[in-house]
Each structure stands twice: as structure tokens, then as C-alpha cells.
Design a protein around this ligand. Structure first.
Ligand SMILES: NC(=O)c1ccc[n+]([C@@H]2O[C@H](COP(=O)([O-])OP(=O)(O)OC[C@H]3O[C@@H](n4cnc5c(N)ncnc54)[C@H](O)[C@@H]3O)[C@@H](O)[C@H]2O)c1
Length: 349
């Protein structure tokens, strides 16, 4: 079978993991080119993994017609421009979340994806490929909890990742707490509740790390969302979690509820000692979602080989960005935001 030749842009915290998966762990796939603004990262990937092509300029990578697909793991502020350019050059495209940071740019991307409908396009909402989240979806569809009426989400990064985050955030590429971290939960809420948002009120603060307030962002924040089908969402996100990486989701239905990741266990081991019974917690996104990152990329490659589109669509990217942006706007203005009357939202319909 033909191998799909992929060029990746971004070799940072997540891009490196994706690159290793593409190079060594995905069938019918070949990591053929790497690109980063860091010459060191490019040379290291070429040398250590034997990648034939390396670039420090994205536009130059797009001139390599040996490639079939472009994989975008650069900072979020670059996604839209890089997606549009890659589509225009005829490549299949995978982009990390969020699709973009502004509503007008994601709407432009939607138009570009629709114009290039024979090219595969996928957004990296990897939780939709995590076994536990998939199982929960299946249980809901089987009626195990009746009709879902509320989703409660916790998304916390470990405090010990703060230095890396500040580096990322200072460059102003993250989009803020809700677009960067909350976006996964906002997408999951749309998936589980089967509705778009109606209105949102978001609050937050910088409690232990006041320097985050200088970036006009929240270290810990919460958003309350009413969905168009009268269901509800409570989203809590933060960057300062003492015990590790805590991703927890609860869906409450008319006949029961289910929870995913209530204790973010590292593994099946419990250590019994003078401190009591200790379950260690997962330390970061790669450890927690290792399987999901692999499965989503397998799906992307299979979509290319079988000429079909993935279930996660550009609309999922657009709608979650619109909702994430509304959270950000509400946090910044202190106002309740009516999502459907957002001017850019109206433009999208
Ligand atoms: N799905 C998830 O769970 C998850 C987790 C972490 C990050 N992400 C997303 O992945 C993306 C990357 O995040 P990260 O934490 O790996 O960032 P990072 O800052 O660690 O790495 C960014 C990489 O992009 C390169 N880069 C920067 N500007 C570039 C440009 N103009 N052209 C080419 N390369 C450029 C940098 O040199 C670096 O290699 C972000 O969009 C982030 O939201 C998703």
C-alpha cells in the first residue's frame, strides 16, 4: 500500500510527540519533512530520525511536491494562515486545536476547506478518540443516563508546567485560558449535548501567578454556558494544579450520570505507606492522552488512504472557537455574552 508522506510544522511540546508518532508508530505513513523556526529542532529531527527534508521556512516546505499532507503543530496564532496556504497548495491538512484564535479567521478557513473538499481536513480534538471518552459517548447513545442535561468539566494543567506555559503565553500565541485549554471541553460539550451554545458568562483570576493577569488572561477560570437545547455546561480550567494534570468530565442525565477521569490516576498502582494509600496522578497531556494522539493520527492517515473525511469537521473547529472566543470576551468584559447574536457568528451561518 502507498505510504502517505507527511510534513510537520512545529516540533515543540506536542509537535515532537506527533512527529515521533508519524515517523515510527503509524502504519502507511512516512514523516518526510519537518519544519520549525528553530534550526536546532529541525537538525535534531533530521539527524535522530533520518527525516529527508528539514525547513525553517514553512512556505518552502509547501513547495515540496513529494509531500501528500501537512501536519500543523505550530503555536495557535499561526494555524489559520498555515492551513489556508497548505490547502491552496493541494495538501491534506491536520491542524492542532484550536482551529484559530479569532472568529473571522476560522470562518475564512471553513470557506477554504469547503473549496478544497477533496482534500482531507482534520482538527486535533483528540479527546474524541480517547477510549474512555468514546465509551462514554456510546453509553449516552445507548440511553444509560437518559437525556443529558448538564456537563461539568475540569481541565487543569500541572503547576509544574507553569514555566513552559509562560514562555508560550508571553509570545501571545495561546489565545488565553478558554481558547487554549477550555476549547477541548467546549468541543466535548457540543459533542455530548448535541447542541450549540446560546449564552455564556465567564469569570477568572490570577491568584497564585499574578503575572498571568498582566497578559490579560486567567490562571484559573470558570464559564457557565446555556446551550440552545436548554442544556447546561460548567467549565472550570486552570494552570495551577498542585497534584498534576487533571482532566475530569461529568455528564448528568435525566436517569443517571457518568464521570470520566474523576481521579486522574497515573496507572493502576496504589502505594501504601506512612502517608496512607497513594494513587499518583498523571503528569501531563502526553501521558494522559498518549493513545488518543495516536488514534487520531491513524484516523487522519486512513482518511487520506480511503478518500473520506474524519468525523471531526471544520465546523467543530469553527463552533468551538466561536464559543471559546465568547468565553474570552465574557471574561474580559464581565458581561454575559449571547453567542448566537455575536456578529461574527451571524456571518458564519
Ligand atoms: N491537543 C492537545 O492536547 C494539545 C496539547 C498541547 C498543545 N496543543 C496545541 O499544539 C500547538 C503547539 O503547542 P506546543 O505546546 O507544542 O507549542 P510549543 O511552543 O512547545 O512549540 C511550538 C513549535 O512551533 C515552532 N514554531 C513557532 N512559530 C513557528 C512558525 N511561524 N513556523 C514554524 N514553526 C514555528 C516552534 O519552534 C516550536 O517547534 C498549539 O496550537 C497548542 O494549542 C494541543
Amino acid at each position: 500500500m502507498k505510504k502517505v508522506r507527511v510534513g510537520i510544522v512545529g516540533l515543540g511540546r506536542l509537535g515532537r510527540q506527533h512527529a515521533e508518532n508519524l515517523a515510527f508508530r503509524i502504519r502507511h505513513c512516512e514523516l518526510h519533512a519537518v519544519c520549525s523556526v528553530s534550526d536546532e529542532e529541525v537538525e535534531e529531527a533530521k539527524r535522530e530520525w533520518g527525516i529527508p527534508y528539514g525547513y525553517t521556512n514553512y512556505d518552502e516546505m509547501l513547495e515540496n511536491k513529494e509531500l501528500d499532507a501537512i501536519f500543523i503543530a505550530s503555536p495557535s496564532g499561526f494555524h489559520c494562515e498555515q492551513i489556508e496556504k497548505a490547502l491552496e497548495q493541494g495538501f491534506h491538512v491536520f491542524t492542532e486545536k484550536p482551529l484559530g484564535l479569532y472568529v473571522d479567521e476560522v470562518i475564512r478557513v471553513k470557506e477554504a476547506v469547503e473549496k478544497h473538499s477533496s482534500q482531507v481536513f482534520m482538527v486535533g480534538f483528540m479527546r474524541r478518540y480517547d477510549k474512555s471518552y468514546v465509551y462514554a459517548k456510546q453509553k449516552i447513545e445507548e440511553g444509560a443516563i437518559g437525556e443529558p442535561v448538564l456537563i461539568r468539566c475540569y481541565g487543569f494543567d500541572p503547576a509544574k508546567a507553569m514555566a513552559g506555559f509562560m514562555n508560550f503565553a508571553k509570545k501571545n500565541y495561546s489565545g488565553g485560558l478558554f481558547l487554549d485549554m477550555g476549547i477541548h471541553d467546549l468541543d466535548l460539550a457540543r459533542w455530548y449535548l448535541q447542541s450549540e451554545a446560546d449564552s455564556v458568562w465567564a469569570i477568572g483570576g490570577a491568584y497564585d501567578y499574578p503575572e498571568i493577569a498582566d497578559l490579560n488572561d486567567a490562571e484559573t477560570g470558570a464559564a457557565l454556558v446555556k446551550f440552545q437545547n436548554n442544556t447546561m455546561g460548567i467549565f472550570v480550567a486552570g494552570r495551577n494544579c498542585a497534584h498534576g494534570y487533571h482532566i475530569e468530565t461529568e455528564i448528568i442525565g435525566t436517569k443517571g450520570s457518568l464521570r470520566i477521569g474523576t481521579v486522574p490516576e497515573k496507572n493502576m498502582v496504589t502505594v501504601f505507606g506512612e502517608q496512607g494509600a497513594i494513587k499518583e496522578c498523571s503528569e501531563g497531556f502526553i501521558e494522559r492522552f498518549e493513545q488518543a494522539y495516536l488514534t487520531e493520527v491513524e484516523e487522519f492517515i486512513q482518511c487520506i488512504l480511503n478518500q473520506r473525511q474524519p468525523k471531526v469537521t471544520v465546523d467543530d473547529g469553527v463552533q468551538s472557537t466561536i464559543l471559546g472566543y465568547a468565553c474570552k470576551e465574557s471574561f474580559e468584559t464581565g458581561q454575559l455574552i449571547k453567542v448566537e447574536s455575536h456578529p461574527a457568528y451571524v456571518k458564519a451561518t
